[in-house]
Design a protein around this ligand. Sequence first.
Ligand code: AMP
Ligand code: GLY
Length: 431
Amino acid sequence: MTETVLLIGGGGREHAIARALAESDCTLYAAGGNRNPGIASLADGFETLETTNPQAVTTYANKVDASLAVVGPEAPLEAGVADALDEAGIYAFGPQAEQARIETNKGFQRRFMDRHDIPGCPDYEEFTDNEAACEHIEEYDGDLVVKPAGLTGGKGVRVIGDQVTAEQAKTYIRESSHDRIVLEERLVGEEFTIQALVANGELRVTPAVQDHKRAYEGDDGPNTGGMGSYSDAGLELPFMDRDDYLEAVDILEATVDALEGYKGVLYGQFMLTAEGPKVVEFNARFGDPEAMNTLPVMETDLLDVLVAAREGESLPKLQFQPQATVCKYAVPDGYPTDPDAGAKVQISPENAGDALLYYASVDEREDGIYTTTSRSFAVVGVADGITDAEEITTGALNSAGTEGLRVRWDIGQAELVQSRIDHMDELHSSE
Ligand code: AMP
Ligand code: GLY
């Protein structure tokens, strides 16, 4: 029987999932809050609907006779879309709402790590009283990180001693409308992501990726959903070694063991500190942009993973091409604080050369594709090394033109990668 897969979500990450599935022997349908032209061109049908409405999603899934579903973003997971699909007899690769709390509730995430003795948990406290949180900042010996407990699209965190002073953090808490706040120890080091495909008590891991959350070159400016990312030709990144990677995998494994019955992607965001990897957060889905680094080099058929997951079988071992990748998002001018929408997107699959193009939040009109106020599209270069992959990405962006858009050109460039290596060397030598 040919599988019919429904993909939920309309961003760059979902475009990458769609492209992986387009190479598989399945019929693909997609549903997103916005019409993603890249996904629409790969799918047999694309429905624009409210992806956080479980009823709307299951109705469409039934209409297209889906035999499997993949939930891309976190908001539908939090809203119980995987629960509703499972209940309707359509296996959803994505955790049910209760298990997605590993991402959607940061207080739960830390208590869960504590309760199950999962290694790599920073010191933390959770507060419902803003004044008590401010007092904790005053009394704590060291820098803290302020995290609203709920979802904020990666934009709610404030790091004292990096982005804000203690005074600014207190003002942020007092002026915020978040009803629960986690304050946790500031971890110092280099961040990396490992995404694991999980089902039936097993996990299969993918190569490490480094995302760049800050808006501007040199890691300056406000946090964004992610401006771009790179991966190397092997499992680890240039600033880490195999043991660091394996230690992080052990943390993911311990988490999967504790999260009984988890299915979907478990995304670990780690800080490689002088004492080894610590957990910045878990996500319950592929990373965006990280999916665009991982899926293009995955040789194993993603559909085989989904089918094995649904059938209760052991997941296939994952194979990856030994290639590096560099992904850069083009975002509207002024993003994230004051984005200007409406620029015409010049790049297309035809003029992107050797680079891969993934559409995100764009608006397709009769005369072309236009930007909105969120990240517009991502370009990915794949090559033997990071520097070559970066050149492919930058070359494609430059030759197509980026008028009205902003790109972090420094991502994946030798100088920035070297500064990560130097940073870790410094931390190790001051131990
Ligand atoms: P999150 O929304 O949890 O992904 O956090 C956004 C960013 O804040 C992370 O990618 C880190 O750069 C930073 N961050 C979060 N938690 C910590 C921490 N405990 N120590 C240092 N930086 C952190
Ligand atoms: N790359 C960050 C995220 O997907 O949350």
